[in-house]
Design a protein around this ligand. Structure first.
Ligand code: KIV
Ligand code: ZN
Length: 433
């Protein structure tokens, strides 16, 4: 492991977050149709992209990166379909990715004709490693690519009817010297003529997540504090999940001054994925913050996601996984049972049930699967199933006796369904001579 030791990029000792707490939703940008799609074994075809786009619109995304239209015919055709079939609502901004190369930028503007408002997202890698081993270029040469890209966007937008917002990503930002990343962004900002009324989006990607989330947040904060004209900047983050901490990185980045998050549904994306926007949004929701996304129907989201991406949502996915509102252990079942009962008795509106961080029905899930009975379940669980499924209130004195009967069955055959529990109850007690 000696090989992977890294020197901290920035070391802030007296830690004060620019934002003490997350008070509201950031600007969300879905990159499902680009970063997510490019990482699929079988990328989406045009009709699938359209179905996914419609879902993103329905969920309330106002910025959607639809692809890299100059890079492939499918991506080009998809964007043209969105325009020709009038599928872009007035309040949704279409984002397109493109390298800082003239023929690609020209073709991108061709693909955008008819789009009312577009974010043209240019990027080039600025990292120390890539400058050295991939491009064999010095800092000045790499900065020049970004400046020329900006000039080309200015040139081609002259003949374009719609409004253009510039986004620039110093790709592999987390592997770039901070002072240099800032210098490149400032050069782009000057070339663009950014101001309070003509903001530029600087998207600072953890193209590969290389550090603990606090270090990424330190880097974001340093940029936030050092932009010459912060008012002219929308500070965007784009965490990938190589260390499995992209959600934490994005949340800390919001504390550190970020305004905007690029990510995907359920974290699809290159390698271990992009940051999972739904996870962050549900986290906000569960903390009483309006995420400004419509998350009520998680089943529909899963359905479209799995069909178009052809990959499943993990059964333990926070909030969305099949098993996350299910308790197998007896003591958990008992506590949930008592918690739900106490809420009813107290007419309590705010949610406070042990082991259930949110009310499953808030995300379109049911209570029924909360208690499932297997050999780990206790007496409370069996009584709860009898009550909630069949309205049958077992007298307290019978809880243990009947739970023992069910436990014996589950030791032999695994999970026991509510129907089997009822059948066994009839056999044991109601049909007895
Ligand atoms: O991860 C990344 O760096 C990207 C850029 C193109 C923004 O996807
Ligand atoms: Zn990415």
């Amino acid at each position: 492991y000696e090989r992977y030791k890294r020197v901290p990029v920035v070391n802030l000792s007296d830690r004060q977050w620019p934002n003490n707490e997350i008070k509201g939703a950031p600007i969300w940008c879905s990159v499902d149709l680009r970063d997510g799609n490019q990482a699929l074994i079988e990328p989406m075809v045009v009709e699938e992209k359209i179905e996914f786009f419609n879902l993103l619109v329905k969920l309330g995304f106002k910025e959607i990166e639809v692809g890299f239209p100059s890079a492939s015919q499918i991506e080009y055709d998809f964007l043209r379909q969105l325009v020709d079939r009038k599928l872009i609502p007035d309040d949704v901004i279409i984002q397109v990715l493109v390298q800082c190369r003239e023929h690609l930028i020209e073709r991108t503007f061709e693909a955008l004709q008819g789009v009312k408002k577009a974010i043209v997202h240019i990027y080039n890698s600025t990292s120390t490693l890539q400058r050295d081993v991939v491009f064999n270029m010095n800092q000045e040469e790499v900065k020049k690519i970004a400046i020329e890209g900006t000039e080309l966007v200015k040139k081609y937008m002259k003949d374009y009817d719609g409004e253009v917002i510039l986004e620039y990503s110093p790709e592999s930002f987390t592997g770039t010297e901070l002072e240099y990343a800032l210098e490149v962004c400032e050069a782009v900002s000057d070339t663009w003529g950014a101001s309070k009324d003509k903001k530029v989006i600087f998207n600072l990607p953890a193209t590969v997540e290389m550090t603990t989330p606090n270090v990424y947040a330190d880097q974001i904060e340093w940029m936030h504090r050092n932009f010459k004209n912060r008012e002219a900047v929308i500070l965007s983050v784009h965490p990938h999940n190589d260390r499995g901490t992209a959600v934490a990185a994005a949340e800390l980045a919001l504390l550190a001054g970020a305004d905007r998050i690029e990510g995907t549904l359920f974290g699809n994306g290159e390698r271990t994925g992009n940051v999972d926007i739904l996870n962050i949004a549900y986290n906000m929701f569960s903390q009483g913050i309006n995420p400004e996304l419509h998350l009520e129907n998680v089943k529909e989201i899963i359905d479209v996601y799995e069909r178009c991406n052809k990959i499943p949502v993990h059964i333990r996915h926070p909030y969305a996984g099949k098993l996350v509102f299910t308790a197998f252990s007896g003591s958990h079942q008992d506590a949930i049972n008592k918690g739900v009962k106490a809420m009813k008795e107290r007419n309590q509106t705010y949610w406070e049930v042990p082991y259930l961080p949110i009310n499953p029905s808030d995300v379109g899930r049911e209570y029924e699967p909360i208690v499932r009975i297997n050999s780990q379940s206790g007496k409370g669980g069996v009584a709860f199933v009898m009550d909630t499924y069949f309205g049958f209130k077992l007298p307290k004195g019978m809880h243990k006796e009947f739970a023992d009967v069910i436990q014996k069955i589950s030791e032999q055959q695994g999970e026991v369904s509510p129907e089997t529990i009822m059948e066994k109850f009839r056999e044991e007690y109601l049909n007895r001579k």
